[in-house]
Design a protein around this ligand. Sequence first.
Ligand SMILES: O=P(O)(O)OC[C@H]1O[C@H](OP(=O)(O)OP(=O)(O)O)[C@H](O)[C@@H]1O
Ligand SMILES: Nc1nc2[nH]cnc2c(=O)[nH]1
Length: 179
Amino acid sequence: MAINPENMLASASLIHTADAVGAAIDRLALELTEVLHDKQPLIISVMGGAVVFSGQLLPKLQFPLEFNYVQASRYHNQTVGKEVLWKVTPGDDVIGRTVLLLDDILDEGHTLAAIKAKCLELGAKQVLIAVLTEKELGHAKPVQADFVGLTVPNRYVFGCGMDVYGWWRNLPAIYALND
Ligand SMILES: O=P(O)(O)OC[C@H]1O[C@H](OP(=O)(O)OP(=O)(O)O)[C@H](O)[C@@H]1O
Ligand SMILES: Nc1nc2[nH]cnc2c(=O)[nH]1
């Protein structure tokens, strides 16, 4: 059956309002400023999911930083992850740097584990991770986030950069898909 984005949203559950997302990003900005203000970090967004989080967070970080992006995808507009496929890999600009990775969600952790490992392999001095959301799975993951905005239940979530079958990255709040 064809995907109907309007129906998916209408039958979804609201998990975090836009105000809650904004408050979480304000708090993360303070925490990141405390840790990174004197580190001249390289901030790397994991596209495309990190687009909304990055766009809202970066203007709140008022210290010198450089920005770049990588693109690694594991879900390919589906709701179940497979192997990590690289579209844009980290570059030599990570060498010797404190790197902060930004992503929309830490779920099973395979995507961020692969990106962190690649940055360290290329010569990054330190790699920290900030995610807008972390999914509560109740078991250990291959990588930990250093900064977490909001937790989400173990359901497929969308909005704030996260897609559902390619749709709805643009929503300002976070929803969970219902079967
Ligand atoms: O913790 P994991 O289980 O590895 O999943 C997390 C990753 O999944 C999503 O990316 P996706 O592969 O959907 O690509 P996208 O960024 O283009 O949405 C999300 O943006 C994270 O990067
Ligand atoms: N949109 C979205 N992407 C994900 N990538 C890993 N888990 C999720 C999820 O729950 N939602």
